[in-house]
Design a binder for this molecule. Sequence first.
Ligand code: AHR
Length: 327
Amino acid sequence: MSAITRRMFMMATTTLGVLAITGASAMADLPKLAQKEKYKVGFAQTESNNPWRIAQTESMKAEAEKLGYQFVYTDAAGSAAKQVADVNSMIAQGVDVIFLAPREEKPLIPAVMAAKKAGIPVILLDRTVDPSLAKPGVDYLTFIGSDFVEEGKRIAEWLIQNANGKTKIIELEGTTGSSPANDRKKGFDDAIKAAGGFEIVASQSGDFARDKGRQVAEALLQAHPDANVIYAHNDEMAMGAISAIEAAGKVPGKDILVLSIDGGKEAVQAVVDGKINAVVECNPRFGPKAYETMQRYAKGEAIEPWVINVDKFYDPSNAAAELESAY
Ligand code: AHR
C-alpha cells in the first residue's frame, strides 16, 4: 500500500473516516447478510507452508465448529490464480460469507469483485488488496488484521535502541506484491532512515519461505560479508537465515543480530536460546473476531473498514515467560 493510500486507509478507521468511506450510500453497495442461527462460511487460505498459516486456519476452523457453522476450506498452495478459482468455487457452492486471505494485493481483485457480483459479502483476513482497485465498505466488508507498517516500525525501534554498533542490514522481504511485504518494508525502512547511521546493504524477497530465506541469506551474506543484522519479514525466513549464518561460521544473535516478525513458538524459543534477538508477533488467531464481525454485520451494525489485531513483542526480557502462550 502506498504512503498516501495507506494514510487514507488509516483515516478511514477513525469514526469520522468510517462515515466518510463507508457512509450509507457506500455500505448500500455491499451484499447483505441475513441473520441466521447457522451459516455456511468459506475460508480461502493462501498457503499452508508455515506455522502461522496453520495457526490461522486452525483458529478459523475451531471457532466455526464451536458455532456449529459449515466450514468450506480451500488452500491455494501459494498460487494467486488458484486462490481466485477457489473463491469462484465457493461462490458456486453458495456460501453465505467468504473470508479471504489474499496472497497478493492485485491478483485477488477479480475474486473480490466476483463475490460482490454474486451477492456474497467478503471479509479480508490478514492481508489487504490494492485500495485503489477495491475498497472496504464498498467492494468488500472490511479488513481484519495487524498493522504491518507498525510491525516493521516496532522491530526497527528495537534495533535502534539495541544495535551496539551493528548497522549493516540485510532485509529478507516477504512475497513480492503482498501487503505484509510492502508494509513491513515501509515501516522498517522509514524508521531506520529517520534514525540515521544504519545502512540496508541488501533487500531481497525470500517469499516468506524457510528454504528460500536460507538460500537468499546465504547469497547475500557472501556478497556482503560485513553485514551484521538480518531483518526477516517472517519467522520462517528468520529460521532459514539462522542456518545461513551458522553455515557461514558466524553466531546468530551475536555476530549477526536476527530480527523477525510472526512470533511462533519456534522463533520465541530461538529468542530464549539467543539466536533471534527480537520478534514482533503477528497475531494469527482470527476465528473469534472474524465470526463476531460477520454477526455484527448481519445484525445491521456499521462495520469499521479495518478491524485491527493487536500484536505482542518478544525479546530476551520476556521470551521465556511468554513461550508457553506463543502459538
Ligand atoms: O500475512 C501474514 C504473513 O503471511 C505472515 O507473517 C507469514 O508468516 C504468512 O505467510
